[in-house]
Design a protein around this ligand. Sequence first.
Ligand SMILES: Nc1ncnc2c1ncn2[C@@H]1O[C@H](CCC(=O)c2cccc(C(=O)O)c2)[C@@H](O)[C@H]1O
Ligand SMILES: [Zn+2]
Length: 352
Amino acid sequence: MSDHRDARAVRDVHAFIAGLPKAELHVHHVGSASPRIVAALAARHPDSRVPTDPEALADYFTFTDFAHFVEVYLSVVDLIRTPEDVQLLTYEVARDMARQQVRYAELTITPFSSTRRGIDERAFMDAIEDARKAAEAEFGTVLRWCFDIPGEAGLESAEETIRLATDDRLRPEGLVSFGLGGPEIGVPRPQFKPYFDRAIAAGLRSVPHAGETTGPETVWDALTDLRAERIGHGTSSARDAKLLAHLAEHRIPLEVCPTSNIATRAVRTLDEHPIKEFVRAGVVVTINSDDPPMFGTDLNNEYAVAARLLDLDERGLADLAKNAVEASFLDEAGKTKLTAEIDSYTSAWLAR
Ligand SMILES: Nc1ncnc2c1ncn2[C@@H]1O[C@H](CCC(=O)c2cccc(C(=O)O)c2)[C@@H](O)[C@H]1O
Ligand SMILES: [Zn+2]
């Protein structure tokens, strides 16, 4: 292929991705605050130390390691102080998703971080639900929630998160799953088993982060003790052939977030990312953005990265998008509809 045609092919793939209807399964609520949203929140709370100028913000969002990332993340959490802030963040995140043709997203929310900072729990639930309904009506993007335990904040945070997720008077209609985030080093997964047992008994699905910054044994713990149905990241699974075979056989999808893994220094370079090994082993791979503005990315860019790393054409990209629909917690009718939308978009594109 000549350089000229190469460049055109890449442009074409980007245009295809931009219009491709997509589902996103691993994306954090606070971690999705774009410079536009950060500026709006900081204008409400001028004492904040988070910069609002986009260039300064890009600098601020350059991380030395995972611990530094969590420190910066928590400074953005500190910008969210009222139920109105929660509503604004959630609604505006949905607007950014809709612009990328994201039709369905499971958004990971850490309610503990808000309630411990004094936001009333009832008002918090009302704020996210108001935003969810408005986003669906106005942007056509369907949102669902994953409530996650911030592991580093200890069992007190696990207790608070499970209470908020299972108390019938509080539990929001959009809640579908239960997660575990934050640092893994020094935060063993098995201690959270009783909380995942309670979540699963209440009908929630188990989707912990595992194997992002620690080895494959953490992924095994997530499968065995937390009964994970999908794994957040699971990057280090590539180091354990038996684990890869297990994930493939039981069709346990990985929520792969390539750019995030580089930004938090979990993986050295994109070319060393194990996504190819996952696909080669037959593991179901989904593509996600994690904390897109913090990592200078968005879901469309993550699909473009995957296209390059996996050498995918439009059909291959559509298959990735369909993996996410299949691995989602949408009902069967919703899955069938979104899959058909992906297929008809792809056929129309290829028939141009
Ligand atoms: N790639 C990621 N991998 C893992 N997690 C990620 C990723 N991206 C975003 N997160 C989020 O980071 C939070 C970390 C928050 C946390 O540990 C903490 C500790 C102590 C106190 C408090 C508090 O609020 O007072 C919070 C998690 O809840 C998670 O949702
Ligand atoms: Zn994450």
